[in-house]
Design a protein around this ligand. Sequence first.
Ligand code: ADP
Ligand code: MG
Length: 202
Amino acid sequence: MARRDAGFVRRWLTTAAEAVARDADRLTELDSAIGDADHGANMRRGMTAVSAALAKEPPGTPGAVLLLAGRTLVSTVGGASGPLYGTLLRRAGKALGDAGTVTDEELRDALRTGTEAVAQLGGAAPGDKTMLDAVRPAIEALPDYAAAGAAAARGAEDTVPLRARKGRASYLGERSVGHMDPGAASAALLFGALAEAATADG
Ligand code: ADP
Ligand code: MG
């Protein structure tokens, strides 16, 4: 059974930061349709800071990497997505404790715990057209990383016909229909990056 170390989680988040930087304009365009046009800038700022923090003093355990990344997102992102993604990663990190390596199942369970914390914090149910509509199917597909990446991408696509019930987009009511949720789009990038990191890790 594959065991994942701190380096794996660092490579995931660094790969995710690159993907977010590449797609920041698209994320902002999505947020300009149903939000306030800052999601790309928010995520780029946050994930660039995560990469920098992880490079400066690389934590030695998967849990510590997730904790540092989550704390960094909370402190650098002004929008709703910062505390939400920050909570996801921090709670996942906490769930992993100080284990030096973790199984794919342990990582999946920790990410699920983090996801539940996000649902509790933001009150979003499935189908509310939020990041969780991409995150949840990805978690369900784990520990198959490639399937999780694909499930997140599909989950993001599937937010297009939904009406937003949480966050800024919910103010638009019916007019939020027909657009992809920006947070679901960024979640697809994060899980796509996880799939890439897993392929590289073997
Ligand atoms: P803001 O909405 O403050 O401008 P961002 O634009 O960075 O923040 O992030 C918007 C995204 O955050 C949305 O597309 C949605 O996916 C996510 N989001 C907003 N509110 C919630 C919530 N209550 N639960 C889950 N996700 C949410
Ligand atoms: Mg926004």
